[in-house]
Design a protein around this ligand. Sequence first.
Ligand code: SF4
Ligand code: ZN
Ligand code: ZN
Length: 305
Amino acid sequence: MKCTICGDVAAINMPQHRLRLCEAHLQEWVPRMAQRAIDKYGLFTRDERILVAVSGGKDSLSLWDILIRLGYETEGLYIHLGIDHEGYSDESEERVRAFSRAHDDAPFRVVNLEETYGQGIPTLAHDRRRSRPCSVCGLVKRHIMNRVAYEGGYGAIATGHNLDDEAAVLLQNTLHWQAGYLRRQAPLLPASHPRLARKVKPLVHLYERETAAYALVCGLDYIEEECPYSADATTILYKELLSRLEGRSPGAKMQFYLQFLQAKGQGLFAGGAEAEPPLNECTRCGQPTSAEGLCAFCRLWEPRE
Ligand code: SF4
Ligand SMILES: [Zn+2]
Ligand SMILES: [Zn+2]
């Protein structure tokens, strides 16, 4: 298998693009695809500082690497969730530190839940009698990302969601006709309040196997283990279904997602949006909330009898 551009040994075959690339050309092509998405969806400008949410996994570290290569001013944000299972959180943090060292001490900050708030996700979810920690975790991560972005004056928070992630969520939302979620599913979620940062996904045009190949050829040292709570069977099933479709018809995944964005741009789901509830300021942390008094994040840490 030869690189379509230079004839050297190809590291990856991408039938959906009718393209095979060697290691060197893959390292050029992936950042170009990300830049195209940044430009196409107007995710951010070169004057803005970008906070990159990093988990230590291949997608978020690839994203950070790509944005640095493209010359954007970035800072990594690692949230230590206090997940002990096989040292998951400590290991992940170490990968972020190693990435920074290997990239001229790229700036990053760590928010350690146990040190800052006294509890990590597993005990917090247990105390709040949540069967799955992910709902608590999502809420906590959103709050911290918004706070850090606001306090640090960042233009946007970038996450490493790839095309496979987005297509699986889209399939799930479509099968359940979740109009509200479909309306909000986009590579750019605008800031709806000065204290809520814009959320952007520069990797939405890239397949998971492309970011994985990129991480590999760039020698990124990422954590291969998934979070022990991430065994969400439904998402895995949707990813498998889409991959089967892709195997039969290369490009199907990409078409599914891109044509959805196109249809949305032409007004699909435009009607029927419920009015957003008016936002109050949380009396403790100041972040906007639809609740009176404390926001959902601050209520999480209230003592229980
Ligand atoms: S899978 Fe792990 S990191 Fe992801 S939301 Fe759930 S608990 Fe948090
Ligand atoms: Zn080549
Ligand atoms: Zn609050």
